[in-house]
Design a protein around this ligand. Sequence first.
Ligand code: DX5
Ligand code: ZN
Length: 247
Amino acid sequence: MVVPTGPLRQNLNVVRPSVRIAPSILAADFARLGEEARAVAAAGADWLHLDIMDGHFVPNISFGPAVVKALRREVAIPFDVHLMIAPADPYLAAFAEAGADLISVHPEAGPHLHRTLQTIRGLGKRAGVVLNPATPVQAVEHVLDLADLILVMTVNPGFGGQSFLESQLPKIAALRRMIDATGREIALQVDGGVTAETAPRCIAAGADVLVAGTAVFGAPDYAAALAALRGNSESPPSRSPPPRHAA
Ligand code: DX5
Ligand code: ZN
């Protein structure tokens, strides 16, 4: 293999400091959660993504505010809490008190998204809105003044390790245009099937925060996994099959 040098090599190693990575603790070893949180923070994770599932809004159960509170003692990086629970409103204060910095909700989880976002901000936390694959961008159009983050699901929520849905790339691009038009600082996050292969496509479409579970916690070296997601890999993934050698 020819190893590029000079400008081409620099291009392959381009650092995108504006892209933040939020590893999802859902893919960590649950018997060693504190240790896993410390390890990704030490490896350079920007935020910790915490997936809260109730077995009702999504077909899986994860953990609740007590686990968030316990992890809060372990690391100082911002806690990005993704609520996949319905209703969400009765639990917002509990997650705020547990140490969430940002709380994201799905519009389908309650009848009054605007009020829910007001409540989260009233608790002194940043507020996010999550769009399922079938949820149109119009679901957030009239609450952008209250949103600090929009999250595009690139899998159906409920499980880690699913395949990235290409159909969501135009949605990311459309939201980038909507966010830019507001002139407000609103993060554009992508969650589900994010890998070193799909991350550049999300970034090209306009995403600036990437959630990654399997691609980080499933990797032997968390720092290398984070670097690969930022497009700063020493060994960028090859799109062509490895060369065959005669036996
Ligand atoms: C899915 C969760 C994701 C999940 C991502 O419902 O919201 O955050 O943990 O896992 P990967 O990166 O493995 O697709
Ligand atoms: Zn999530």
